[in-house]
Structures are given as C-alpha cells and as structure tokens.
Design a protein around this ligand. Sequence first.
Ligand code: X8Z
Ligand code: ZN
Length: 623
Amino acid sequence: MSQLPRLLALVVLFLTLTACEQPSDAKFIPAAETTAETPSEAPQKTGPTVEEARAFVAASESTLEQLGQHNERMGWVLANFITEDTELLAAKSAEQFTAAQVAVASEAARFNSLVGLDYDTARKLNMLKSGIVIPAPMDAAKTAEQSEIGAKLSGMYGRGTYCRDDGSCLALGELEDIIGASRDPAQLLEAWEGWRTVSPPMKPLYARQVELANEGAQELGFDDLGTMWRSAYDMDPADFPGELDKLWEQVSPLYEALHCHVRARLGETYGTEIVPADGPIPAHLLGNMWAQSWENIFDLVAPPQTEAGYDLTAILNDEGYDAISMVKTGEAFFSSLGFEELPETFWQRSLFVKPADRDVVCHASAWDIDEQDDLRIKMCIDVNAEDFKTIHHELGHNYYQRAYKGESYLYRSSANDGFHEAVGDTLSLSITPEYLAKLGLLDEVPDASGDLGLLMKQALEKIAFLPFGLMVDQWRWKVFAGEVGPEGYNELWWQLRERYQGVGAPSDRPADAFDPGAKYHVPGNTPYTRYFLAHILQFQFHQALCEIAGNEDPIHRCSIYGSKQAGERLNAMLEMGRSKPWPDALAALTGSQEMDATAILDYFAPLQAWLDEQNAGRQCGWQ
Ligand code: X8Z
Ligand code: ZN
C-alpha cells in the first residue's frame, strides 16, 4: 500500500497544528554548524528532539524511496512509449512524488534550530529541504497542474518533428544529421529553423511551470527556484555563481582562441557576409543543432597537414559494429578497470535502438530503476563516434549508481551533480589511438605529429561546450528570478548565447519563438550547470587517474584502460555517493578539494599555443 496517504495525513496534521509556523529558513545550513555536539545547549523540552529528527529522516527516506521507485518506472514507461495515457500516468506519479518531497521538505524545517544533531541527520535534513529539482506549491490542484505540465513538455519534445509545406516530416535525429554533415547554408538554416518550430507552443506552459515551481520554492523558504538549485553544492548558494565565474575566467581565453580560429575558417568557407569577421558566429554553421559542440566541422577548421589520425565513425562501421557491440565495448572498458559486469537485465531492459513504430524520448539517459541492480540506458544509438562516447557517458551514470547502492536513500547520488556527468566522460578521454590499437581497431598508433589534429577534435567537443554549459542556467536563473517574463525569454536567450558563446541566431527569430525549449533540458527541466562542471571535473579526474595508472605520456595521450589501480581509486570515490561534501569526494580521487581548470588547460596547452600563432593578426572576440 502506498505510504502517501499516511504521509500526507501526517503533514496535514502537522500543518494544522502549526499553521502559524511558516517553514521558516530552508537555506543552506553548513552541516558543521548543526553537527557540533553542544551538550550545554541541550534541546528545549518543548521542541523536537534529536531522536525525533532521526526518526523523521528515516521515515522520510523510506517513503521517498518507495514513491521515487514508482515514479522512476512511470518515467521509464513514458520515455519509452509516449502516448496520452502514459503522459497522464507519469504525471500522476510525479504529482504524488513531488507532493511527498514537498511535504517532507516543509516538515524538515521543524528541526532547524535543533542543536546536537549527528552529522548524517543534519546533512540529510538539509538535503530533504533543498534537494527538489522541481518543487510544487502545497496546494493539491497546483501540484497536479505542475505535474501535467511537466509530462506534457517532455512529450512535446519527444514527439517533436518538423514538417515542411509538402507534408514531409523530419525527426530531430534526421535534422541533426543535416546540421552535422551539410555545408549548404540554406539547407543548414532550414534544419536549424525547422527544429525550432517544435518549441513555440511550449512557451506558455513553461512560463506557468516557472510560476508554480517558484511558488513551491518560496513556500520552502527560498527566494526562487534558482536559489534552490544553487543550494545543492555544499556551500552557501550565494557563493556558487562566484565558483563558476572563477572556472570560466580560467578557461575563457582558450575558448576565445578556439572561437577566433573557427570563425576565421568558417568565414573562408561561407564568406564574411554569412560569417562576420568580428561578430558572433551564426549558430547553424557549427555542426550541432545547439552549437554546443563543434566536432562535426573538424574538416573545416583542422590544422593543415594534420589529421585526426583516424575516423572513428568509419572504423566502427567498417568493423561491423552495431548498437549492442558498441555498448559491450563500453562495458569492457569498465571491466578492465575492475568493475563487475552489467547484469543480464541491463541487456534485456535497456533501449538501444530507435523503435520504428512508436514515439520515444531519444535523448540519451541512464536509469537506476530499483536503486540496486536494475540499471538501464535508453538511447537511439547510431553507429558513429559521437554515440560511442555518449554510451560511455551513460554507462558512467550506471556504474556510479551501482557503486553507491549500499548507501542510504539520500546518499545514493553523486557528490555533486557535475560528478555524475563526469564519470563516463572521464573514461572517454581514454579512447586514445593507443587504446583503439589495443582493441584492434587501428593498425598502428599515429606518431606525435598527429596530436594537434586530435587535440583540435577534442577541443571542438570539450572546449566549445564550456560557455554553452554555463549559459543555459544563467538564462534559467534569470527567468526563475523574474528578471524577464515570457515576452523576453527568447531575447534574453540570444543575449546570453552571444555574450558567453559568441554565437548568434542565424535569422530574425519570430515573435513567438521559444528557442530554449528546443533544447531537451529546458522542457525536461534538468539543471544544466552540471555539464559545465563535468567538463572541468573530467579533466581533473583524468589527470589524477593517469597518474595513479603510472602514465608518463603527455596527458592527452594517456589511456587508463586496464589499470586496476585507477579503477580502485575511482570506485572509492563513486561508492561514497553523496555521503560527504563534494570537496571530500574530489580529494578522495585527486587529492584536491577544489574544482579547478588547470587540468583541462594543461591537456590543451599544445593546441592553445598553436591557436595563438594562428590568431596573430586576426581580430578576435565579438561585439
Ligand atoms: O544530456 C546529456 C547526456 C545525458 S545526461 C546525453 N548531455 C548534455 C547534452 O546532451 O546537452 C551530455 C553532454 C551535455
Ligand atoms: Zn549524463
């Protein structure tokens, strides 16, 4: 029997008894402050006791675990079978789960001034109060409305297609193929604009979702949903943007150098009427639907006389790889580090190939249905290098999930959300020519003269991504803070795209455009700063693991494949889950408590030197 009615009854009772007591201060409370044993300040007899707090945390974990699992299954069914019915069922379960999360978060505030709490209870109370991605107001009708909107938005994205006047329709995957391969600006523009016809109808729904989620966040004591999201980093949420600024300042010179070179080369290809020599790069020319990573235009910007050394997409196809063998190869990498193989159910229950007969959410994701062994991925795999890397990304989530399965419910998560996104990518950094030669996919390892090409390809993926990884939530935080209303959403989006990425809209956007909605994570309501952090962290992890593996090559040539020592150290961090603040988890692997961009800068140092030479005499930056 569902525990929700019982829980809600409890909450109603609590709210009735203490109706005048607002859930006061749900802001960040450093665990250290609440953990200090201060026997002289024993809790007052009238207030809640430490035992009550512990019992409350245990009951909340148990309730949320049950509802969360049910919600996860419903989410899986919706994402694999989008229909009106599954949308409704998923919305219903999301509604129950959100209501329970909010009820618990609100009740947790009861223990705010309690002293003498042990470390774990204090940490978990904090997590209960702030760890909701999309809170709802404590009004049943509004909670239901918000869940329906959430399911509808996901469905609209998953089902989205662009239909031409002649009735022919293209799905996202097909449009992405055009953006990746075509060099015809008119065709590129059609695909780019075409995909953005899916999102205008999302705008009013999104605006209402923001209203409701903000109301929910405010009822829990936060200024708005953005503050709530920023409170998940074991630091005062007010300090978190500064942490991001610091990292961005470290890497932005490298990004600007890459941008400058890429813009100059695109100007040579398409002409300066299309690519202005001193302005933002039009977003449809960068080889990716969102201009978030640019590896598909490698051929246009590659250093002369260097190659990437090999074409992994061609190799995978020539060698007869299919979706399953690509995933098996990813699994084998983890096995080489000493991780246990994936369970049989992973192979039975995952979705690897886009079904022909139904709508699914193709955006890749990893699932942990029972938080024990029922791990799955859901991906519409094509045989190409990009999907090969994405498979490693998704498996990284699954191996992390399995590593922390022994932790209690609230600790079954990554140290911070950037860590979860970084693990699989860290292994992808080890997909080097040496590694491919070990697999028999390359006959010989190219010598160091090919490194510049390899680094360029890698930079087009990893460095190009950084400002995009940052700007998505810069946009959302401003939206959540009410700095802009629906009528200004799109303009703000493009202001930030220009400011951070130096990328501009290729054409005047229609008045009803809602271009943020054409990016999965906006209608899907997935925070995005995690990917920016992951792109910094994965290089820190890679550097540390290479050292542990005894690597002596330049860091961009290091592969940790086969190193049990590296695997052991990685696992030591993964199995901590979220039980300790992220600086402790980071230190367990790297020895450092700071997120820091030195490792990524070291990795790309030879490319930076080459870019600086190329850019001498060019006008860099954008107006
Ligand atoms: O969404 C993802 C993963 C699933 S967590 C495929 N990524 C971001 C994106 O596609 O926009 C990975 C890189 C950034
Ligand atoms: Zn991911």
